[in-house]
Design a protein around this ligand. Structure first.
Ligand code: NAI
Ligand code: MG
Length: 359
């Protein structure tokens, strides 16, 4: 049985970190006989330079017919002044939409050896291991009308927050399924004291929760959640929330670790899943072989787990990352917390050698 993985390195450090991912994918594919075929395509600024379009139709089609997509990052100063339909991030929006990626998963793990890297006190963040499940295709970012119009002779902006029961049900199931494989707790975050969408959200989540008697459910208002993430972050297991709340809370949660170069993400739908580091293309460090590839390698672990059906390969990568960090290795961005500072390619090689050692 063979699997197809599309690699979209994109711009800046995207190509550097995806190159390290390729080494790991190739090894695990051989070792476990998974038969992964990879193909690489241009996306973002790289595609704009070559084809004058953020992503070509044939690339979108290649992604649709693949088992998984691994994306580096897109964007950079070179394309900042391009018109809105010719901006690198349009490629991401198109892929999310065309692949129907409604379920965005962002795990946030504070490694014990790196608890000093957080802006919060080490004892507050020690042991943090949470997962933000963000609804990605509904809510305020997509609801119509969405426009700037004239009301009573004055310019007025309008966005519409909209959610159907079906949209809420499917992301709720995704969160409860994830919680079952973790510590069995879901915190559903809304603003049910004010918003109609949140009242429907709360009612629907409560109904679906009855199908999961083994998972504990708590409801939390979003403003309180923003506080609790700072006050007692290890109290969370799975945070389930709508699109905009999830956008904001996942960035807040990411900062608990103090290490943007180490955070992975997965976006899932009914078909192909897409995996990418949380960070961007980091033009300030591109081409220097100092970018931290761990976010991308952790994203590859998620890819093996959720799209390639290979939990063992996923845990091989995650255990290797833990072991390498605990042994005091890290990249330049985390050099204050490392005894040995590795380049991008050295880190990829180190993770690979630890995976091989343990197999
Ligand atoms: P960024 O995440 O690219 O960089 C922020 C800071 O973190 C920089 O100082 C960078 O050097 C550092 N950094 C990021 N990733 C790192 C890594 N793996 N290792 C070591 N250091 C790392 O965010 P920024 O600077 O706001 O955006 C730069 C470009 O990336 C922009 O064009 C932006 O639009 C794009 N971007 C793309 C994203 C994507 O493709 N999903 C997400 C966020 C930004
Ligand atoms: Mg964001």
């Amino acid at each position: 049985m063979s699997k197809k993985v599309v690699l979209l390195p994109g711009d800046g450090i995207g190509a550097e970190v995806v190159r390290e991912a390729e080494k790991i994918i190739a090894h695990l594919s051989d070792h476990y006989g998974i038969g992964i075929e990879t193909e690489t395509h241009l996306v973002g600024g790289a595609s704009l330079d070559a084809h004058d379009i953020p992503v070509k139709d044939e690339v979108v089609e290649a992604c649709k017919s693949a088992d998984a997509v691994l994306l580096g990052a897109v964007g950079g100063p070179k394309w900042d002044d391009y018109p809105s339909d010719k901006r690198p991030e349009k490629a991401l929006l198109r892929l999310r939409k065309d692949l129907g990626l409604f379920n965005n998963l962002r795990p946030v793990t504070v490694f014990s050896s790196l608890k000093d890297a957080s802006p919060l006190r080490p004892e507050v963040v020690d042991g943090v291991d949470l997962l933000v499940v963000r609804e990605l295709t509904g809510g305020l970012y997509f609801g119509e009308p969405k426009e700037i119009t004239e009301v009573n002779g004055e310019e007025t902006g309008v966005d519409t927050m909209r959610y159907s029961v079906t949209e809420i049900e499917r992301i709720t199931r995704a969160a409860f399924d994830a919680a079952r494989k973790r510590r069995g707790k879901v915190t559903s975050v809304d603003k049910a004291n004010i918003l109609a969408t949140s009242q429907l959200w709360r009612k629907t989540v409560t109904r679906i929760a009855a199908e999961y008697p083994d998972v504990e459910l708590e409801h939390m208002l979003v403003d309180n959640c923003a506080m609790q993430l700072i006050r007692n972050p290890s109290g969370f297991d799975v945070i389930l929330t709508e699109n905009m709340f999830g956008d904001i809370l996942s960035d807040e949660a990411a900062m608990l670790t103090g290490s943007i170069g180490m955070l992975p993400s997965a976006s899932l739908g009914d078909g192909t899943g897409m995996y990418e580091p949380v960070h961007g293309s980091a033009p300030d460090i591109a081409g220097k072989d100092i970018a931290n590839p761990l976010a991308t390698l952790a994203s590859v672990a998620l890819m093996f787990r959720f799209s390639l059906g290979h939990e063992k390969a996923a845990s091989d990568i995650e255990e290797a990352i833990s072991a390498v960090l605990n042994a005091g290795y890290n990249c330049k961005d985390m050099s204050r917390h490392a005894r040995h500072v590795l380049s991008t390619s050295e880190m990829g090689d180190k993770i690979l050698s630890v995976i091989i050692e343990k197999q």
